[in-house]
Design a binder for this molecule. Sequence first.
Ligand code: RRO
Length: 303
Amino acid sequence: MSVAFCGLTLTHPIINGSGTFDALAARKAFGTALDEEFPFAAYVSKTITLEPRAGNPPPRLWETPAGLLNSIGLPNKGLQGYLAEDLPELASLPVPVITNVMGSSAAEIAELVQACDAGAEIAAIELNVSCPNVKTGLDIGADPRQLEQVVRAVRPLTGKPLIVKLTPNAADVAACALAAQEGGADAVSLINTLRALALTPLSPGARSEPRLRRPWLGGGTGGLSGPAIRAVALAQVAAVAERVRIPVIGMGGVSCAEHARDLLDVGARLVAVGTESFRDPVAGARIARELDPGPASPTSGPA
Ligand code: RRO
């Protein structure tokens, strides 16, 4: 089931969505058992920014009937903390490491890409231009012209595979994918979460006072993930795969092999598992196994 992806050979097509699986915390919890059956064929880090960030004020999560709304706000140690403390440990995972970065200006993105290029343990770079939970003033991910310019500017700064993570919150996602390709991206990944809102619940029986209603999440709006967005992901991945030559990483609401198969069948090269890993940390391994059950046993087929 091995898959060629941007010069890497992955043992199967299932990876994690950035920010949905903390490999270092999992290793503390499960020890070396984690390395023996690591759930993913490559490990994507959470989003790293130039400076450390505390993240958004709580509450940061809200469950919907078929999804999860988050406004985490990129808490991370910052580039230097990641390179010095986390990357050396991530490098001992049994799979290639893809580092996901986000900048709030073209100059910041360039600095992040340059630093990742120098990190020998980093197999590929994923550029997050799609987080719904920060007000950067730089909405490049939703504007094909700006996106192409930024990707074109940072492309020469690295020889490593450059993946652009697209936002679903754009008028024409396929046009954004094409722009990333024209700028020199080696692959695109989608979908990130859909911008969404939850309000502080009313007490039972209370009359609504519209002017008193407030967003539940500390960050205001959040990003919706999970089963609720799977059909949206399938439509957007299909539209993008039809339009670009570069490989596509598809994700959004995948919780079993059938869902992964749908994304592969509309043209994704790899599939990322996100929200399902919060429920089942070894979902990635389960889905990879279900996708490739191996040769049929002599007794399982017709005589
Ligand atoms: O940290 C977050 O709040 C976050 C990020 Br960076 C992202 O890309 N997507 C998301 O739903 N949340």
